[in-house]
Design a protein around this ligand. Structure first.
Ligand SMILES: Cc1cc2nc3c(=O)[nH]c(=O)nc-3n(C[C@H](O)[C@H](O)[C@H](O)COP(=O)(O)OP(=O)(O)OC[C@H]3O[C@@H](n4cnc5c(N)ncnc54)[C@H](O)[C@@H]3O)c2cc1C
Ligand SMILES: C[S@@+](CC[C@H](N)C(=O)[O-])C[C@H]1O[C@@H](n2cnc3c(N)ncnc32)[C@H](O)[C@@H]1O
Length: 626
């Protein structure tokens, strides 16, 4: 179970000059009037940043991590200077760990001090995340990514560093002075800083406190003193002197199999991929499977406790909202989603959720009939999938990036061909370095894929001719759901038939859908109102989390699994594929391209293909003991 959502905003006081100070720690966020100069001196100069940025090659990225985002000043300066100094086509990835985030209004007040960084600070405020724990990824600029990791750095960094060992180029050890914030400056922090640093990665901090210096040296970092900024006597900087491992090679060619939302998001996240990209559709047009319904609701799965599922869906939803806003705003409608109370047990669960304040008020609050998620909504699945593919093809073609679309050719066979993968269709064969399988509930004839416990669940939606008196401006969910009518057509659903892969229309399913609709709306729709229906198949997993990342092959019993090089999956999206696909595709793309992922090791493991094999090993060992 992840830690409970116990986050709270920072408590700030502003002095007469408007400089923010933390009431909790009794320390300032930056030196009065000299914040920018101090940041450049301590962090940029002593990590030798401009010099190192000048040496970056096109396509490379530079990773900076920081303790304490605070007002974001260090980030605004670093991002602004990076854009001015680093060569074109290089990318800055800035990760900041923050226990007490500023409220948006305080952030705005602090930002007012530095109009010169307005481009970056305004984008940060615009994308500023909701107050829940974990890694929030913000696309600030085409060349700047910011990860805000909310929670105590002593809790969040070990998990993050496990997933990002040897990936950080430079650390900023900020945070209030060790005398004002002793609990943060701990040996465990220095160990994780060391783990996450690259060979020859560097670190700088404004403090020269003895135990900090000794702790960092003990963690393995070579530390030096330098004159401090302004009236401060000394500061520290250091380097991790080790030999680096060679960076794993980015594949020269990638193929994405499938044409649903998973494949479309995957293609979109690989839009800038410099190698050759092949898109393989089994039909002439995309969205032929579960992703082809007339409307789809986009909202996270909520639970009465802060579970792995809550964590996964909250982050996936936040990412999806931003993704669709950037890519397909014309097909996405943030009308809100209302969850009607289903039973007294459900009412109790909903009350618990509110009482525990698992989600901020702006994310979830009570309504007359249950709960409302005002930021959620619905989208047009076919238009979204279609546009995502078209955008990728147009974008890559314009830039001369090799792109091939193969339609109407289902893959019949996958085989290993030395260091590549060979895909066979009825007409031809392809060889690629990396394969991404987004094939929904379909089992391809490939043993490791067949081993995944993906269960099909058939479902049918029903379209009715809207009655005059039905007014529905937002999505409602109870047992089923009803979506805002489009013209005279109201879409409602959906049935749930485990184990079935049939896509024929079943009249009994329409009746079930009408019953649920009438219960929700207090209406009297009958089968005479039915004007359409669509049946398709969800792909579900036993633990309700999807599967992303490398495919694995079990070793002999009791010996774990082997990750298969060059083949990853995006499967098991269940009933909420339109919420989870963008984030899953982003995780997958980052892994393929060797970029930091917006998650720690625990969440990556919870969605990995090897979790099932690992659990089977644990179960078999348990049995062995009986
Ligand atoms: C009735 C119903 C209602 C739903 N409502 C919602 C909702 O409101 N909101 C929501 O978020 N989700 C909803 N879902 C779930 C959502 O539709 C799925 O999670 C999502 O569409 C899964 O996307 P996908 O790309 O993984 O799979 P799919 O869309 O099924 O795509 C799989 C693709 O794999 C391709 N493929 C398979 N085999 C091969 C092969 N051999 N060669 C080449 N290609 C192959 C297929 O052609 C297809 O294009 C609903 C599902 C159902 C059934
Ligand atoms: C001096 S401010 C950082 C200033 C910031 N870098 C800037 O540019 O504005 C220190 C920050 O560290 C955060 N902090 C303190 N202890 C922390 C901890 N244990 N984990 C994460 N953040 C912490 C504080 O909430 C505060 O925002």
């Amino acid at each position: 179970m992840p830690p409970e959502n116990t986050l709270s905003y920072a408590e700030l006081e502003f002095d007469e000059a408007g400089t923010p100070q933390s009431s909790r720690h009794g320390d300032v966020y930056f030196s009065r009037g000299q914040g920018a100069a101090e940041c450049r001196y301590v962090f940029l100069q002593h990590n030798k940043l401009p010099q190192r940025w000048h040496k970056l090659q096109p396509g490379q990225h530079f990773v900076i991590a920081e303790t304490g985002f605070g007002t974001g000043l260090n980030f605004y300066i670093t991002a602004t200077d990076f854009l001015a100094e680093a060569p074109q086509a290089t990318h800055l990835h800035f990760v900041s760990f923050e226990k007490y985030p500023l409220q948006p209004s305080d952030l705005q007040a602090a930002i007012a001090h530095w109009p010169e960084f307005n481009d970056i600070s305004a984008a940060t405020l615009q994308h500023y995340p909701e107050l829940f724990p974990g890694v929030h990824r913000l696309h600030i600029h085409p060349r700047i990514t910011l990860d805000l990791v909310f929670g105590d750095v002593l809790d969040t960094l070990p998990d993050w560093a496990k997933a990002h060992a040897s990936q950080v180029d430079a650390w900023y050890l900020d945070g209030f002075a060790p005398s004002k914030n002793p609990s943060m400056w701990q040996p465990s922090l220095y160990r994780e800083v060391y783990t996450s640093l690259k060979a020859n990665g560097t670190l700088a901090t404004f403090t020269a406190t003895g135990h900090v210096r000794r702790g960092l040296i003990q963690a393995g970092i070579c530390m030096k003193k330098a004159p401090g900024f302004g009236h401060k006597r000394d500061m520290l900087y250091g380097v991790k002197r080790t030999f680096g491992m060679p960076r794993s090679r980015t594949p020269n060619s990638i193929a994405i199999v499938g044409s649903g939302i998973a494949a479309a998001c995957m293609a979109s996240e690989l839009q800038d991929y410099p190698g050759s990209l092949t898109l393989l559709w089994s039909q002439k047009a995309p969205a032929d499977g579960a992703s082809g319904n007339p409307q789809a609701a986009v909202y996270p799965l909520l639970q009465a406790q802060w579970t792995r599922l809550s964590e996964f869906y909250s982050h996936a939803f936040e990412y999806a909202r931003d993704f669709y806003q950037r890519k397909t705003p014309q097909h996405t409608h943030w009308t809100g989603v209302e969850l009607y109370t289903r039973s007294s047990a459900d009412a109790e669960r909903q009350q618990k959720m509110l009482k525990r304040q698992l989600y901020p008020e702006s994310f979830l609050h009570s309504s007359e009939k249950g709960l409302v998620m005002p930021k959620a909504g619905w989208l047009d699945p076919v238009a979204v999938v279609h546009d995502l593919f078209q955008q990728v093809i147009a974008y890559r073609t314009e830039r001369g990036l090799s792109t091939r679309l193969v339609t109407n050719e289902p893959i019949t066979q996958i085989t290993r061909a030395l260091y590549q993968w060979q895909l066979t269709t009825a007409k031809q064969q392809f060889k690629v370095d990396h394969l991404v399988l987004c094939t929904g509930h379909h089992t391809l004839a490939y043993p490791e894929l067949e081993d995944l416990p993906i269960q099909p669940v058939r479902g049918q939606v029903t379209l009715v001719k809207k009655m005059e008196e039905t007014t529905l401006s937002h999505v409602i969910c109870q047992k089923g759901y009803a979506l805002p009518p489009q013209g005279k057509v109201l879409c409602t659903g959906a049935t749930f038939e485990r184990g079935s892969v049939q896509t024929h229309i079943d009249e009994a399913d329409d009746e079930t859908n009408l019953l649920q609709l009438n219960e929700m709306l207090g209406s009297h729709y009958t089968k005479e109102h039915v004007i359409g229906h669509r049946a398709s198949v969800r792909a579900t997993t036993p633990d309700h989390l999807p599967v992303q990342g490398p495919l694995v092959r079990p070793k002999p019993p009791g010996q774990g699994v082997i990750r298969l090089n060059g083949v990853s999956v995006l499967l098991g999206l269940g009933s909420r594929g339109f919420t989870s696909a963008p984030w899953l595709a982003h995780l997958n793309a980052c892994a393929i391209l060797g970029r930091p992922q917006p998650a720690g090791a625990t969440l990556l493991q919870a969605t990995s293909a090897d979790r099932f094999a690992k659990r089977a090993v644990v179960r078999s060992q348990g049995k062995g003991k009986d």
